[in-house]
Design a protein around this ligand. Structure first.
Ligand code: PGA
Length: 252
């Protein structure tokens, strides 16, 4: 059985007080509920990370960063290294989110370096892939995702894949209110699993957690998560509201 995961991606939202207050309300909510049977992660801005492990200790919630530097340390003004993130007790980092690829021009080679550094520093990686609208319309979405995985991820030795989660996020569905249909999600997830199998074999592919992301909300989560190759979600907008995030965790 592979691990189910719901990860919230707060993006650039919530100041220190708001974020820690919200995290405390999540702790209270989930502590009063039976175990969700899925791993629940909150990926917050850097400013929250140092305080979260203490706040989340004795709960099943985990914390994650949304990015890390592509260099180990040194004169890189404004950057935060994988080692620094790990030193806070944070367990996860998102790498290759489409907003990083688009607005900060992060390419597959750079993302491969970030992934390497994250794993070397004992962080688990949520590696994002997904095509833009024009690529889907041109029916090259499989090729695009294949290239992202081959160049960004598939240089890793097999033994490290257990510390990687793949998130398929069609860019046209992120923050737009447009969601991939459950069948579109399943089709791409199954393709990603088959690529993983070609490269690493059946067992690693079967154990790989593959998340769907892109306008996931309480009203569509259960149907998307019911697909056999969808193992949970990476949730943006809906992770900022307790009721919505809780309902999505419930759906998984
Ligand atoms: P969204 O974002 O749920 O707001 O569409 C998902 C993501 O960007 O991870």
């Amino acid at each position: 059985m592979r691990k189910k995961i719901v990860a919230g991606n707060w993006k650039m939202n919530m100041n220190l007080k708001e974020g820690l207050g919200f995290a405390a309300s999540l702790v209270k909510y989930f502590n009063e509920k039976p175990s969700p049977g899925a791993e629940v992660i909150i990926c917050t801005p850097f400013i929250h990370l140092a305080a979260l492990p203490e706040l989340l200790k004795n709960t099943e919630l985990k914390s994650g960063a949304q990015n890390c530097a592509s260099e180990a340390s040194g004169a890189f003004t404004g950057e935060v290294s994988a080692a620094m993130i790990r030193s806070t007790g944070t367990q996860y980092v998102i790498i290759g989110h489409s907003e990083r690829r688009t607005y900060y021009h992060e390419n597959n080679a750079l993302l491969n370096r970030k992934t390497r550094l994250a794993l070397d520093n004992d962080l688990k990686v949520i590696f994002c892939c997904g095509e833009v609208k024009e690529e889907r319309e041109a029916a090259i979405h499989h090729e695009v995702v294949k290239r992202q995985l081959e160049e960004g991820l598939f240089s890793l030795p097999a033994g490290e894949l257990k510390n990687v989660v793949i998130a398929y996020e069609p860019v046209w569905a992120i923050g737009t209110g447009l969601t991939a249909t459950p069948d579109q999600a399943q089709e791409m997830h199954s393709y990603i699993r088959s690529l993983t199998e070609e490269k690493y074999g059946k067992d690693i592919a079967a154990a790989m957690t593959i998340l769907y992301g892109g306008s996931c909300k309480p009203s569509n989560a259960a149907e998307i998560f019911s697909k056999p190759d969808v193992d949970g979600g990476l949730i943006g907008g809906a992770s900022l509201k307790l009721e919505d995030f809780a309902a999505i965790v419930e759906a998984v």
